[in-house]
Design a protein around this ligand. Structure first.
Ligand SMILES: Nc1ncnc2c1ncn2[C@@H]1O[C@H](COP(=O)(O)OP(=O)(O)O)[C@@H](O)[C@H]1O
Ligand SMILES: [Mg+2]
Length: 168
């Protein structure tokens, strides 16, 4: 066996703060070149998760906005540069040509992408996929699944798994 099966981590959070805390912890295991793809329905917590990652990387801005209208926000003050994309309003993957994603993918920092499916077919490189799902029984609960399929993202997820302790 050559270890090609995806590495998958499942978790749950019971509040916005818990999701942000989980994302902060994941930030600690990220390395340059990783693309965090955040998927899930509107309001499931993609922007909350992105904010946690940014804060975990040392971005101090009190209020981190989602780049829904600007497509990308860039942060240079943390442990490494971060390009946070929100592709919600992209209707044709060709629109990404003008956005400059290729300048950031597999670059010196981390790329965070909300609504990656809007860029269908785009190769984000070392992908660590984050899936957030609502719980129909509890409006504050989210099921979170992290999946890594290639060596760099698998290594990050492995480090995270070793270090993560819920609530810790
Ligand atoms: N466990 C949870 N994790 C994340 N967000 C939660 C949770 N429970 C409730 N929420 C709420 O869900 C909303 C998530 O919003 P947001 O992150 O902007 O979603 P998205 O970017 O996916 O559209 C916020 O209003 C947040 O308070
Ligand atoms: Mg959002």
């Amino acid at each position: 066996m050559t270890g090609t099966a995806p590495l998958i981590w499942h978790g749950e959070t019971g509040s916005e703060a818990a999701t942000e805390s989980l994302a902060r912890k994941l930030a600690g295991s990220l390395v340059p070149g990783i693309a965090l793809l955040l998927s899930g329905d509107l309001g499931c917590g993609k922007s909350v998760f992105a904010r946690g990652v940014l804060r975990g990387l040392g971005v101090e801005e009190a209020y981190i906005t989602s780049p829904t209208f600007t497509l990308v926000n860039l942060y240079d003050e943390g442990r490494m540069p971060v390009a946070h994309f929100d592709l919600y309003r992209v209707t044709d993957p060709d629109e990404l040509d003008g956005v400059g994603i290729e300048e950031y993918v597999e670059g010196a920092g981390v790329v965070i992408v909300e609504w990656p499916e809007q860029g269908a077919g785009y190769d984000f490189g070392a992908v660590l996929a984050v899936r957030l799902e609502d719980d129909p029984q509890d409006p504050d609960r989210r099921r979170i699944t992290l999946t890594a399929e290639e060596p760099l993202s698998r290594e990050c997820l492995h480090v995270f798994e070793q270090q993560y302790a819920p609530g810790g």
